[in-house]
Ligand binder design. Structure first.
Ligand code: ATP
Ligand code: MG
Length: 418
């Protein structure tokens, strides 16, 4: 037997699922507090969607996409992130005609063919939000405040919130010239990727992880000193609002992030606690005011973020797993197994989580299973109990037992469970 999951892709088995549910439920609840509504998009999209939105000269498009031909001749790609699909759907369904501001959230798997490491997988889950139709900067502050509050509500306290502005097209054009002027003398020292980036999108040199490239990038002129007035005012107001909200942040002028489509506000939250290792970016986000238009939609400003759920789970303090059984039914004799099935139905109809061993077995082995499943209560049913319309109710935690009428059994169990 050597069939195994694809490298970098993991099974999530039931023992782990409760913390996933805890995280996803908390995210859904938080998103609802802010007026976001869930949308679900296909996992597969036309390849051109990602090439055009994420950008040709990005790591994702250059080397991380799972792209295949759909028997015929269509090039399809497993989605590497959620924003491109959100924008495609926003345009396709003409959503701007329905409401001036649209607030969506999503949760789901993403695919990137990266080198697997702790906190870096080839299938991983993201939860994210997108706001369409609001140019900010107040909504930028609200979105950052929302996600910082969310992370802290998960018990993740050691974080650093980085923000930056990379301005709009005018700022970018000014900065591009300044940056190229700075980089030119170092051209031959940069990695071959960065040499190409210099021609295609020099900003991306600042995001390179090759040590010599980051050294050179460290002394590059800051984009913050090139912001045109409107971009500067946007960024100042964002900071003022964050300060008023009490949201901690640090301005990091070198934060550019990997995707081409960002404008103005960028942010990232890093986990500083143990357990994360080198992959400590919990989430990344930013404004992408040009993207809807560039994909053929109306001119629509937008902002969003995406969080890596595996990384959040690693950073979250662990909690004892909740039990999944309230009552375990024990059939004292083989002759009452049908009746035990009926008792199970009665209790489940009353909303209790019930397990039993319908294969039978000795009283002792059945009680052992009840213990193993951390059931709080065992209900023992034998021939005389069936005859008298009662069950023996054992509180496995208090180690008490009494006889209760069958009609009262569910009520008594609920009283014990609290
Ligand atoms: P990194 O710098 O870690 O590669 P990124 O800039 O590629 O991150 P984004 O595209 O902004 O990440 O995705 C947002 C979040 O999704 C990241 O902050 C991270 O938490 C998570 N993420 C991204 N790639 C992976 C991956 N391969 N495995 C697990 N989580 C990931
Ligand atoms: Mg990456």
């Amino acid at each position: 037997m050597s069939l195994r999951a694809v490298k970098g892709m993991k099974d999530i088995l039931p023992d782990e699922i409760s913390k996933w549910h805890r995280l996803e439920d908390a995210f859904r609840a938080r998103a609802a507090l802010y007026g976001f509504r869930e949308a679900r998009f296909p996992i597969v999209e036309p390849t051109a969607l990602f090439v055009r939105s994420i950008g040709e000269n990005t790591d994702i498009v250059e080397k991380e996409m799972y792209t295949f031909t759909d028997r015929g001749d269509k090039s399809l790609t497993l989605r590497p992130e959620g924003t491109a699909s959100s924008v495609r759907a926003y345009i396709q369904h003409n959503v701007q005609a329905l409401e001036p501001v649209t607030k969506w959230f999503y949760v789901g798997p993403m695919y990137r063919r990266e080198r697997p490491a702790k906190g870096r997988y080839r299938q991983f889950y993201q939860a994210g939000i997108e706001v369409f139709g609001d140019p900010g900067p107040y909504v930028d502050a609200e979105v950052i405040d929302m996600v910082v509050g969310f992370i802290s509500s998960l018990g993740i306290t050691q974080v650093e919130v980085l923000i930056n502005s990379i301005g709009g097209p005018e700022t970018r054009a000014n900065y591009r010239d300044a940056l190229l002027g700075y980089l030119e003398p170092y051209r031959s020292e940069l990695c071959s990727d960065c040499q190409r980036r210099m021609d295609a999108n020099p900003l991306r040199v600042l995001d390179c992880k090759v040590p010599r490239c980051s050294e050179i990038a460290a002394d590059a002129p800051s984009i913050l000193s090139h912001l045109v007035d409107a971009d500067r005012a946007h960024f100042d107001t964002l900071q003022k609002t964050l300060t008023l909200l009490g949201t901690p942040y640090r301005v990091e002028g070198s934060l550019v992030r990997g995707l081409d489509y960002y404008t103005r506000t960028l942010f990232e939250v890093l986990g500083k606690g143990e357990g994360l290792g080198a992959q400590n970016a919990l989430l990344g986000g930013g404004r992408y005011d040009q993207m809807v238009k560039s994909l053929g939609g109306p001119d629509t400003p937008a902002i969003g973020f995406a969080m890596g759920l595996e990384r959040l789970l690693m950073a979250m303090p662990s909690e004892p797993d909740p039990t999944h059984v309230d009552v375990f039914i024990v059939a004292a004799q083989a002759s009452v197994r049908s009746e035990a099935a009926l008792l199970g139905r009665e209790l489940r109809d009353a909303g209790l989580r019930v397990e039993s061993d319908l294969r039978g077995g000795s009283l002792k082995s059945q009680l052992r299973r009840a213990d193993k499943m951390s059931a709080r209560i065992a209900m023992i049913l034998g021939e005389s109990e069936v005859e008298n319309g009662v069950v023996q109710l054992k509180d496995l935690e208090q180690k008490t037992q009494d006889e209760v009428s069958r009609a009262e059994a569910a009520k008594r169990a609920k009283a014990i469970l609290g």
